[in-house]
Design a protein. Structure first.
Length: 155
């Protein structure tokens, strides 16, 4: 199972890196066009907004898997191991419940935003909001895996 989770996180991280490169390239081309060719790529802002949403969704879900988020460990380390174990289980359940809820509310929000379009691209804005339930879905998978490790005392 760990190999699958590592492979999934590597794929998500790679896609996030590719999106970052695309954002960087589009912005550089837009700067060159604006500075030297006297025209601007009007669609660049909308396109980069869309890419940023997806880049963050994939990257943040990998952060959940790799525990790359901020945590206050010096307080946790003051408790006995059994209390820390129970707190980890409770917090994992609450976090997973939040992500599951976010799947459904994010999906609903994305569907509601499909009627609004980006100014220059004329694509539905719901495509950028769709990154939210995708982030929540991958984060739920990673949290369930982490919960299994906690329950087996391997985390």
């Amino acid at each position: 199972m760990k190999k699958f989770m590592d492979a999934l996180s590597n794929i998500l991280l790679t896609v996030s890196g590719i999106l970052f490169f695309i954002i960087f390239a589009v912005l550089i081309v837009n700067i060159i066009c604006r500075s030297f060719l006297n025209f601007s790529l009007l669609w660049a802002t909308d396109f980069c907004t869309l890419c940023i949403c997806w880049m963050l969704a994939f990257g943040m879900s990998v952060g959940i898997y790799k525990k790359g988020h901020l945590s206050v460990e010096f307080i946790r380390d003051k408790f006995p191991k059994m209390v820390v174990w129970i707190l980890n289980i409770v917090l994992s359940i609450l976090t997973t419940a939040f992500f599951v809820m976010l799947i459904f509310t994010g999906w609903s929000t994305a569907l509601n935003k499909m009627n609004i379009v980006f100014t220059t691209l004329r694509w539905p804005m719901g495509y950028s909001f769709m990154a939210l339930p995708v982030f929540a879905f991958f984060s739920t998978i990673f949290m369930l895996y982490r919960m299994g490790l906690i329950l087996m005392h391997k985390d």
